[in-house]
Design a protein around this ligand. Structure first.
Ligand code: ADP
Length: 489
């Protein structure tokens, strides 16, 4: 089977967030099987660190791409990342679409990725025809109408990683990209605008979301972000496949960011294993100038500080933990002045405290240390398509406390989770995104940590024993591709 992933991101060399991890994790798991040929196509951003690619060469010197009523010169590069074939689209356009510092965040983002879709479409025409074109997020959504209206035989799989990003834009875009105005991309809530995501919903053969619960949530007016009607109409082709995490990279046994290593192998008896984790906690307390207390619960948060992640609830949990005598570590990247100021004010308030540490940046090495050192990881999201942090935390023997939503609901099981036996309990959850519910769960967690160590150990054990690797999701995607190809015949 020949499978092409179309994406704006791919870890490690073009990553802005979780999407990059998913493309690498899924592509790698698929390629490792050696059953199928896996290609990933993405823009050749100026900021790409190409050192991880091998055999990089120019495949097509001058691919002519129609865009804005002219032929735009495009160079197509080919290389390998392990077993994955990588195709990089380099534009030679006057606006220098990809000669920018960052992947996203520019006023012309819609044009940039519309151009990318046009170029990727031209590239597909030159390559051996793929069986599956797997498109991801709004940035590649236009490929679905392109392929479908040009009678391509490839099957189109569209994965929604986060429905709140849709690519809403002015209808004049249609003229630039040579797509027939009869194509229905009209936004349902703002009919004078286009919605690129809607095109992928209508014109793909199958839609997946990154967790089963999210595939149901997006059908409701509350969570459907203005697209619930079209999603309801197409619901027969929607499926939910839970993401995985890269088990090689997120591995406390060999994580190069950690000063000490541990694994499930030395889980029994518990003390030796926990001692290693405690040493990392002590190491982190030392380097962050926090109180070096083993008998204090440490709560960690690693997140983008945006409305989706429940910033108000994070603040409430921090204040409560401090009052309750615990330690709180917040590693959060901010993107807007409001949330930056909100958490900067908290940072100032706790500047003299040795039980609260707030770091407002993206910091990979600190993230690894917090995952390993903390007792509890807090994820109070308002909505969460899948969420990787809870899976990473469990891999590191750290118990998650999260709101029951999206992928968090599919991966974290508390006492009141009716469909799971008690022995499969692995964390703490709360239902409503409100202070009272959150603090109730937090209180239960702190009480368990302090007074019921055996129960706590069991939570750690269940979490560490769960296979959140990409093996299962990759097999599920393969089944899905197979079902599409069978239906083609
Ligand atoms: P999202 O993609 O919505 O941000 P996910 O839970 O799917 O949320 O993925 C978040 C990923 O980004 C995880 O790997 C997490 O460790 C990482 N991450 C988030 N914020 C930070 C940060 N400030 N510093 C380092 N890593 C972060």
């Amino acid at each position: 089977m020949k499978i092409i992933h179309m994406t704006a991101e791919m870890a490690p060399f073009a990553k802005a967030g979780g999407l990059g991890d998913v493309i690498y994790g899924l592509g790698n798991a698929q390629a490792k099987k050696k059953e199928d040929l896996i290609t990933v196509v993405l823009p050749k951003y100026e900021s790409l660190d190409l050192s991880s690619l091998t055999s990089l060469r120019i495949l097509i010197h001058d691919l002519m791409v129609p865009f804005e009523h002219q032929w735009t010169h495009t160079t197509v590069w080919e290389g390998n990342l392990g077993l994955i074939r990588i195709i990089l689209i380099e534009s030679q356009d006057p606006a220098e679409f990809f000669q920018r510092e960052k992947i996203y965040g520019y006023p012309d983002d819609i044009e940039r990725f519309a151009y990318f879709c046009c170029a990727a479409f031209e590239f597909i025409k030159t390559d051996t025809p793929p069986d599956i074109v797997h498109i991801h997020e709004w940035q590649t959504a236009l490929l679905a109408p392109f392929l479908k209206t040009n009678s391509f035989s490839s099957k189109i799989v569209f994965t929604i990683h986060n429905l709140s990003y849709q690519g809403i834009c002015d209808p004049s875009l249609l003229d630039k990209i040579n797509l027939s105005p009869s194509i229905n991309l009209q936004d349902d809530e703002q009919p004078h605008l286009l919605n690129l995501l809607k095109g992928a919903i209508i014109y793909s053969d199958i839609i997946t979301t990154v967790s089963p619960t999210y595939s149901q949530e997006i059908l409701s007016p509350q969570e459907g972000n203005g697209l619930y009607k079209v999603l309801q109409k197409e619901q027969d082709k929607i499926d939910g496949i839970l993401n995985g995490i890269d088990f090689d990279y997120w591995n406390p046994k060999k994580d190069t960011y950690l000063p000490f290593h541990y694994s499930l192998d030395n889980l029994i008896p518990f003390p030796p294993f926990l001692a290693k984790k405690a040493k990392i906690k002590n190491h982190l307390q030392k380097i962050l100038f926090m109180e070096e207390e083993e008998e204090t619960p440490m709560i960690g948060v690693i997140t983008r500080l945006v409305a989706q992640k429940g910033p108000e609830l994070i603040k409430e949990a921090l204040l409560y933990t401090f009052e309750a005598g615990g330690q709180f570590l917040l590693l959060g990247s901010t993107f807007d002045p409001f949330h930056h100021e909100m958490f900067y004010a908290l940072k100032r308030k706790f500047a003299g405290s040795r039980r609260v540490h707030i770091e407002l940046s993206y910091n990979e090495s600190l993230a690894h240390l917090i995952y390993a050192a903390s007792d509890l990881i807090l994820i109070p999201s308002i909505f969460e398509p899948c969420g990787l942090t809870q899976m990473i935390a469990m891999r590191y023997g750290t118990v998650p406390l999260a709101r029951e939503t999206g992928g968090l609901k599919d991966t974290i099981f508390d006492l009141h989770h009716s469909i799971r036996p008690l022995s499969k309990r692995n964390g703490f959850t709360f239902l409503k995104p409100e202070k009272e519910d959150l603090l109730n769960a937090l209180n239960r967690a702190l009480e368990t940590w302090r007074s019921h160590p055996q129960e706590w150990h069991k939570l750690i054990e269940v979490g560490m024993q769960t296979d959140f690797s990409w093996d299962r999701p990759a097999a599920q995607y393969k089944d899905l591709y197979n079902s599409l190809l069978v239906s083609k015949k």
